[in-house]
Write a protein that binds this ligand. Structure first.
Ligand code: ADP
Length: 268
């Protein structure tokens, strides 16, 4: 036994641990800095636009009623963008801090999908896109998950399929039965995504470069929220897409096999 050597080893080990801790802190700090700079960048764009249109209105734009109307519509659109951004930011920071935990319940997935489709029917009609639910699996689809959060996942994915869909196109929703999971796939025949963008798609604030996705108001947080929710359930999400042809987003949920429904006995 060599006590000096032992102490030396211990000190080295301690130094290694500290170095890892410091590296982690540095990484977190870098992440926070990037996050803040992303946020301010995302806020600046609509704010500058609002500023510009308001200035133009003050500088004589008001004298031309048609022009004034179109400028005001643009102001309103950018105000909408800001409120979506604030809502999504709030959501993602709450999810990431663990402030809203996953509240597991057993529920029937098909019913939830139909509810969400119905709530988006008006938007779908406006975008001239047809929702198709493929009822391949004809048994009740019981899952164990947080119903409200899965609703959010479905709303975000279906809304994207409308935003990036083509007129007279479709969005189909299919449930596949796996061993102890269900796989939900949402497919559109919209603008699709270039392959090089696929690995970054679920990052916060990531939006593809197509002018289309810049024109369409959005926070760039929808898919980051979706990924966070699915991974917090220990489930997986993936995407396949072909530019110009369309995209498929698929996520899994834990399946409940033996659901016993208690039917109350009726006493005469
Ligand atoms: P947002 O739609 O607010 O920009 P998301 O996080 O929901 O943010 O999506 C990130 C980006 O991924 C979008 O800007 C768009 O470029 C691309 N995208 C998402 N869903 C689709 C889809 N169904 N079809 C084509 N592109 C999509």
């Amino acid at each position: 036994p060599d006590p000096i050597n032992d102490v030396e080893q211990e000190v080295k080990e301690w130094a290694r641990e500290k170095k890892t801790e410091i590296d982690d802190l540095k990484k977190q700090e870098k992440f926070r800095r990037e996050f803040l700079s992303n946020i301010s960048h995302e806020f600046k764009t609509p704010l500058f636009a609002i500023e510009g249109y308001v200035e133009a209105l003050q500088d004589g734009g008001m004298d031309d009623p048609e022009l004034a109307k179109s400028f005001l519509a643009k102001v309103a659109r950018n105000v909408d963008r800001l409120s979506v951004l604030i809502k999504d930011l709030n959501e993602i920071s709450k999810l990431e801090s663990g402030e809203i935990p996953i509240n597991y319940q057993k529920f029937e997935l098909t019913a939830l999908i139909k509810e969400v489709m119905e709530s988006l029917e008006f938007k779908a009609k406006k975008s001239k896109i047809n929702f198709v639910f493929k009822d391949k699996y004809d048994q009740p689809t019981w899952v164990e998950a947080d119903r409200e959060k899965i609703r959010q996942v479905l709303v975000n994915l279906l809304s994207n399929s409308l935003k990036y869909g083509k007129e007279n196109g479709f969005t189909s929703i299919t449930i596949f039965e796996l061993h102890d999971q269900f796989l939900v796939e949402i497919t559109d025949n919209g603008i699709g995504i270039e392959e090089k963008y696929l690995p970054r798609l679920f990052e916060r604030f990531f939006r593809t470069d197509t002018s289309r996705s810049r024109q369409i108001g959005g926070s760039g947080l929808g898919l980051a929220i979706v990924k966070h929710i699915i991974e917090a359930h220990d489930q997986t999400i993936n995407v396949r897409s072909t530019e110009g042809l369309g995209s498929t987003f698929g996520f899994t949920l834990k399946r409940v096999k033996d659901i016993r429904i208690n039917i109350p006995l009726i006493n005469n």
